[in-house]
Structure formats: structure tokens, C-alpha cells
Write a protein that binds this ligand. Sequence first.
Ligand SMILES: Nc1ncnc2c1ncn2[C@@H]1O[C@H](COP(=O)(O)OP(=O)(O)OP(=O)(O)O)[C@@H](O)[C@H]1O
Ligand SMILES: [Mg+2]
Length: 454
Amino acid sequence: MDTILVVDDEKNYLVVLEALLAPEGYEIITADNPEKALQLIRETDLDLVITDMKMPGISGMDILEEAKKINVDIPIIIMTAFGSIEMAVEAMKKHAYDYIEKPFKNEALKLTVKKALDNYRLIKENRLLSEALSDRYRFGNIIGKSRPMQEIYDMIKKVSQSKTSVLVTGESGTGKELIANAIHYNSPRKERPFISINCGALTETLLESELFGHERGAFTGAVAVKKGRFELADGGTLFLDEISETSPALQVKLLRVLQEMEFERVGGTRTIDVDVRILSASNRNLKDDVAKGLFREDLFYRLNVIHIEVPSLRERSEDIRLLANHFIDKYHAEKNGIKPELSPEVWKVLFNHNWPGNIRELENVIERAVVLNSGEIITAESLPGYLLKEEDEINIEKFLPSGAPLQKTLEQIEEQLIRRALKNCNNVQSHAADMIGITKSLFQHKMKKYNISV
Ligand SMILES: Nc1ncnc2c1ncn2[C@@H]1O[C@H](COP(=O)(O)OP(=O)(O)OP(=O)(O)O)[C@@H](O)[C@H]1O
Ligand SMILES: [Mg+2]
């Protein structure tokens, strides 16, 4: 719902404008003095300001300037007395959206208001789009504007210049391979090969010959010499994915190569030297594996000179909007037609899901929805059933003592939900309100109730 602030020292006009605009589906806030107006502009997430020009104390022009300082894009409609055209011209120069002369015709006012709001919506959409494209919000193919992602971008920039080993950890689907790629393609080795191997997908003997290669006749079926990935990656980067899955025997062999940068092919005696940068990844906590004796400590320290921990999507839910829009662009581009938008209900489902499969899961959900959808709006019907059936049933047995007082407990939960939504949305109140499915004004009301300021 769009929120409109109407400012006029003549209370009659406030009543008239509210009566005229509220039935159109707008939320109307009024101020009969400029000080109150400025305070509301600072504290409320507004979509439009309609202000009288001539008021005692601060003029409509001051309000215009002040509001533009807070939000340059917000549309402002100035009401001027009949005949004061110079003032109107002045206001337009200061980027008022439009002016309207008093007394105005109801239909003309409604139309101007609608145009201003439509225009503002477009500006906001374009901003979102250019945000998606802006370098601050992406690093190569990696998308994300949250603080932890910005820190990862900085880290990639720093570590790509050296040959240091980097261990990337994080849940499945968080983008570990994407990060390893970015490190290589930003490094001085970028013209040389980036070779990757999934240590979890091969048996021990196969993995060994894949890594180190083999001589002819090394084992049954070794009919020709085969170069291993270490040799293929010479001068470039070798990415050891799922490193936690290597056997103890192979861990010893890897340790030697990492220390000496030399090895022999399976079945061979000749020592081969290579110059390879090692990146590795795991979705397990390797340190725990070391503590449990499952992973060699000395190898762990070789691999983990620099550690990049990739946060799960639920820990950076403010990126959901950007990522979802990015994937809509990506999969829509493969289809013809108008770029679809997600319905508010779909956004709510996306914000509430806890994404165990992280970005891979989100990408799959959006791809499916774009493929299934044929209209301009993607509705909940295009989401997979498991997302819709999901009702977060709160297990009160687990969390609450049996004598928990109802009112106080509900309020505590409410306060925590509000705070978390704000945090996850970078303090953008309208996004936070969307996320937990209430209106912006109710959200702001609750912030006040719990003394939450941003
Ligand atoms: N930040 C991101 N921006 C855009 N796409 C992403 C991002 N993170 C992941 N993806 C996409 O999600 C998918 C999974 O990413 P990736 O393979 O790098 O994850 P992973 O952490 O290596 O997962 P796994 O542990 O399952 O191997 C890929 O299609 C990748 O392009
Ligand atoms: Mg991976």
C-alpha cells in the first residue's frame, strides 16, 4: 500500500484530501504544521508527499528540500494558491514532481497522484535493477550485497594476488566453487588452467591416478601414460572439492605434494615438479574432523592458510531479493516475452523458507517458476509444493516453560521477530514488513511499541 503524507496548515484541506485519496487505496498520513511534517518525513517510509506551499514558519519549498535530502527520488506535489505561478516554477526547478493549483479538481488531483506513484515505482524498480548490475553487489558471477558477501569479495581480491592455499567452507549450495573460480580468474594465473576435482566422487585408487596420473602398465587397464590433474594444472590452480572425503592414505600423499610440489605418477619412478596453487572446499567443518582424528592436522594447516567461510543463505536473507531477481533475469532471458515479477505472496514464501540447499535451491525454485509461468506475475502456483506446505510449526515444548505467561511471551516473540527482520533487511523497514507479512505502518507502530530505533 502506498503511503502519502499530506501537509497543510488549513485543516479543512487535510480532511478533504484524506477523504478523496483514502478510498483509492492509499494510506494517508496528515500533518498540519511543517515541523511535524519534517519529523514524519524522517521517520516514515513514504511514497509521496503533497504539501501546501504557503505555511507559517517553514514553507512548502523547505519541506521539498528537506524531503529530497532524505530520499532524492521521492515525488513531491506542491499545492499553490491560484495565480502564484512563479512559486510553482521555482518548485519544479527544485525537482518537485508536479504542482497543482488550489482549488483543484478532484479527478485532476487523483490522476496526478497516481502518475507520481507509478513513476516512483518505476524509479525504484530501475534502481533495483541497476543495484543488481552494480559492481558493489556482485563479484564476477557472485551476487550478493550483504555485509558477509562484501567481506568475501574483499577477501577474494586480496588472496587472488598470492599463491597462498585457501580453504573454502560452507553448506552445500552456498557458492564455494564459484568463489574458488573467482579467486583463480582474478589471479595472475588466470591465463593458465583452472582444474577441479571432486574428491568425494571417486574411489581411492581412481582418485589417486586422477590426481597424480599413471605410467603405462601401472595397473590393469593402464594402457597408456596419463597425466594427472596436478600436472594439468601446472602454472595454474587446482581446486580440490570435497576435500574431507579423501582417505588417510591419500591425505599423506597430498601432504607431500603440497610440501614439496613434486610427486611420481602411479607406477612411475620419475619425480615430476609442478607449480600449482591449491584451493580446496568442504561442506564439513574440517577442524572438527581434525579433532575427531578423521582428517590429518598437518594437511589441514597446509590447506587452511587462509580460510573463507561462506554464510548460508538464511544468514544473509537480505540477498534473497537480489538473487531472486538475478535468477529471474537469467532464466527469463532464455524465454521470450515480458519479464515476470514475483507476487507479494511468493516473496513472502521465499523470505520465510530456511533454504537448506542455499543458493542452488533458490536458483532451482526460480528457474522452475519462470519456466512454468506464462503471465506477467509469478504466483504461488508456480512454486514447488514443498515450499507451500511448509508451515513453521513452533515447538513450544522445546522452547517455552509450561507456565510461560501468554501476553508477555507473545510480546517477546514479536519483538524478536521485528528486530530480526530489520537486521536481515539492512534496516529497510518496508522490506522487513514484507518479510514478516505485515503492513509498513503496522511494522512502524510495533517498532515504536518496543522502542526499536534504526
Ligand atoms: N552468490 C551467488 N550468486 C549467484 N549464483 C550463485 C551464488 N552462490 C551460488 N550460486 C549458484 O548456485 C549453484 C551452487 O553453487 P556452487 O556449486 O558454487 O556451490 P557449492 O558451495 O560448491 O555447493 P556444494 O557444496 O553442493 O558443492 C551454482 O549454480 C552457482 O552458480
Ligand atoms: Mg561445490
